[in-house]
Design a binder for this molecule. Structure first.
Ligand SMILES: Cc1ncc(COP(=O)(O)O)c(C=O)c1O
Length: 436
């Protein structure tokens, strides 16, 4: 089934002439007849080139926490850039945003950067410099950006890429990544206390960092088992490794203080991006004083021409101000809870085995399984095809989740109760159509 109208189709054909596959990120390519070209967004909606409106649950893979084109963010950026955008000196806006991030998340110090990948890459370098060690642990199904070091056993992996469950060695997820880099990466199943303990007992003295997405934001929002994040914290303390929370998706979304606040655990380093700028390019690495001060001019490098640029920082300034002063997350959670309950009810009525996972601000639906998933390999057991069919039916009805079930449904503050009701009606129809 095509999701492109005629104008969208024509423009996408042009896009392919000049841009490989017509997209500026592989994740956006859904097929020659399915990939959309978007004209504009406003609040909870986006419109394609044929004027078709969608309730947007992709939200650009998560950043749009307030809504598209939130006027107060746009105005703050417009005003700020009247005075220039980049000076290679510190600006008052950067100081204000760093202060807000520290206040909201509990980190001691922050360095700003532009993308989640830059933030995770620098967090890894800081952790290595701080510990004098080179290896690190990550978990299967976790994505930490496009940096070579992290492109092992991500959510794009299948069982073949992952290799045996008890062998932390996995294959690179892309051509062009040196196999040898895999020597630095130990890829473990999430939520497996035993394998984590054994790995730390064996390699603990060589481990610079344990990187973790506290909720699997790239693998259906799988949640940590009670005590698992605490176990990672305890083992990092025991073996002198740096605990890095990758909060690129959870930060400023599941709580103002992100997963650290939500789960009541303080990491040593934290990476933020996405919701920090409501769709403008800004990211941050935050952390404990002692660890962050590993950054030393002339000794441990962190930099970037566009780090702290006025555009992204002004957007973050306005976004964080709104998050601090208005019940944004509470509103989103109320809508998300209604959606989770409604979806669960519809799937139960239609007799489809399922689990609704994640949290209300980033929720996921797994089909074909009935037990709560605890790790990425549980996700792989689900019925991807049925999920995709339902997603395609939803998109035809003007409701747009990602067609890939690994990607959670993201909610923004602009989503109304009416939008939720519309979505549930469409979901009911979409499930019936997919079953047919
Ligand atoms: C958890 C996580 N970390 C890092 C990244 C990379 O962020 P970016 O795409 O801004 O480089 C992503 C992107 O989706 C992510 O989900």
């Amino acid at each position: 089934m095509t999701t492109q109208g005629p104008k969208t189709h024509e423009l996408f054909a042009k896009a392919k002439r000049y841009i490989p596959h017509g997209v500026n990120s592989n994740f956006r390519y859904w097929g020659d007849d399915e990939t959309l070209v978007i004209e504009r967004g406003q609040g909870a909606y986006i419109w394609d080139m044929d004027g078709k409106r969608y309730i947007d649950y992709r939200l650009a893979f998560g950043p749009i926490i307030l809504g598209h084109a939130e006027p107060r963010v746009t105005q703050r950026v417009q005003q700020a850039i009247e005075g220039g955008t980049l000076f290679a000196w510190t600006t008052p806006l950067e100081i204000g945003v760093a202060e807000r991030i520290c206040r909201m998340t509990g980190v001691d110090k922050v360095r700003l950067t532009n993308t989640g990948s830059e933030a995770t890459f620098h967090a890894l370098r800081i952790a290595r410099a701080y510990t004098g060690r080179e290896k690190f642990i990550k978990f299967e199904g976790q994505y930490h950006g496009m940096i070579d070091y992290f492109m092992f056993g991500t959510a794009s992996a299948d069982e073949e890429n992952l290799g045996p469950r008890d062998d932390p060695r996995s294959r690179p997820m892309s051509l062009g990544i040196p196999e040898g880099i895999g020597d630095y990466v130990l890829n473990l199943p999430f939520n497996d206390f035993e394998i984590l303990e054994e790995t730390m007992a064996k390699h603990g003295e060589e481990i610079a960092a344990v990187f973790v997405e506290p909720i699997l934001g790239n693998a259906a929002g799988i949640l940590p088992k009670p005590g698992f994040l605490e176990k990672i914290r305890q083992l990092c303390d025991q073996y002198g490794a740096v605990l890095v929370f990758d909060e690129v998706k959870t930060g400023f979304r599941i709580a103002n203080g992100g997963a650290q606040e939500y789960f009541g655990i303080q990491a040593d380093l934290v990476t933020y991006a996405k919701s920090l700028g409501n769709g403008f390019p800004i990211a941050a690495i935050g952390g404990k004083e002692e660890v962050m001060m590993t950054i030393q001019p002339g000794k441990m490098a962190h930099g970037g021409t566009y780090s702290g640029n006025v555009v992204g920082v002004a957007a973050a300034d306005a976004t964080l101000e709104i998050l601090e002063n208005e019940p944004v997350i509470e509103t989103i959670n109320a809508r998300g809870t209604a959606l989770m309950e409604g979806i669960d009810e519809i799937l139960t009525e239609q007799g489809i085995p399922h689990v609704v996972t994640g949290v209300p601000s980033m929720l996921s639906i797994l089909l074909g399984i009935e037990e709560e998933p605890h790790e990425f390999r549980d996700y792989i057991k689900g019925d991807d095809e049925l999920y995709e069919e339902i997603a395609v039916e939803l998109i035809a009805r003007g409701v747009q989740p990602d067609s890939d079930g690994r990607e959670p449904w993201f909610l923004c503050a602009a989503l109304s109760e009416e939008d939720v009701a519309y979505t549930l009606d469409a979901f009911n129809e979409a499930v019936k159509a997919a079953k047919r």
